[in-house]
Design a protein around this ligand. Sequence first.
Ligand code: SAM
Ligand code: SF4
Ligand code: SF4
Length: 339
Amino acid sequence: MAEHATTDTLGRQLHDLRVSVTDRCNFRCVYCMPKEVFGRGYQFLAKKELLTFEEIERIVQIFARLGVRKIRLTGGEPLVRSELENLIEKIAAVDQIEDISLTTNAVLLSEKRARSLRSAGLGRVNISLDALDDETFKAINDVGVPVQKVLDGIEAAASAGFDSVKVNMVVKRGMNENSVVPMARYFHGTGQILRFIEFMDVGNTNAWHDNAVMTAQQIIDLINAELPIEPLEANYTGEVAERWKYRDGGGEIGVISSVSKPFCGDCSRARLSAVGKVYTCLFAADGFNLMRLMRDGSTDAEIEESVGNLWSKRRDRYSETRTVESVLRPKVEMSHIGG
Ligand code: SAM
Ligand code: SF4
Ligand code: SF4
């Protein structure tokens, strides 16, 4: 089947696919998988309910024909899915895919693992770290993992020679705003880009409230008061992080203002959950069931047509139209589609 660009009702082209490979995680971050919901009794998906690597490979091939060039692997925690390298090799073999990246909490990212992910074809790694002191960090991850464990993962990634290693910090008022400046200082001058993410109302279990959002501007002001910064041009259209650089040459940082300054107008991302549903927005209630189509014997051409139709009807712009009511609407959980 011929390749073509797939455009939605607002003229946005399908370009990125985020693939959640598991709903499981070795953390219980309070803003993502709070223990009151994801506690001991929580029923995670069984292996047979997950897309196999062969099924993900087939979906990536189909999405590539529809215009996807970038794949990000996420979760839950993607490194808890065994033999992830096999999946990366399969995706790397898909001709049109130019970029494969991974978002991880880095607990399982030893030097050996980082090297094997790199040689499988992984290009870039984003590591999540929300504080630099153990007291705050343990209160966030809620499973007692110390900061050093993640810093070791960042070092392992840095030494494995990835094209880039970025560090992502979600900032939530009352949780870790006091960690913004220490984190900026720590990564200043290291070449590792730190990106601050506004706390979002993803799913329905994280007790989101707009009072808890530290806006990108507030974060910028905090940093600028200690380490002067100035804005930088975007690297490419649709880049979600606004870039800033330290005036003293200490490198750059990013801020992702998904709540205070949404970027739906450039949103080129589709998301695939671990059970094979496609979501055209992070805040959607439900997804389109690709696994069923595949397991019912649909051909590649039939699946391609369904996904193309889904994208061409897409009208999503949740963050630009967020209201008190929309926040309370049923939405898929972050651990199912991976951010
Ligand atoms: N477990 C991996 C990790 O933490 O990097 C990958 C999945 S996690 C869902 C992906 C990213 O989403 C993480 O950087 C996490 O901090 C972020 N995240 C989770 N819940 C969020 C929320 N409510 N608002 C903003 N970011 C969130
Ligand atoms: Fe796990 Fe990542 Fe969610 Fe934290 S943010 S609970 S590490 S999936
Ligand atoms: Fe894209 Fe939906 Fe986020 Fe808007 S709210 S940027 S459409 S994922």
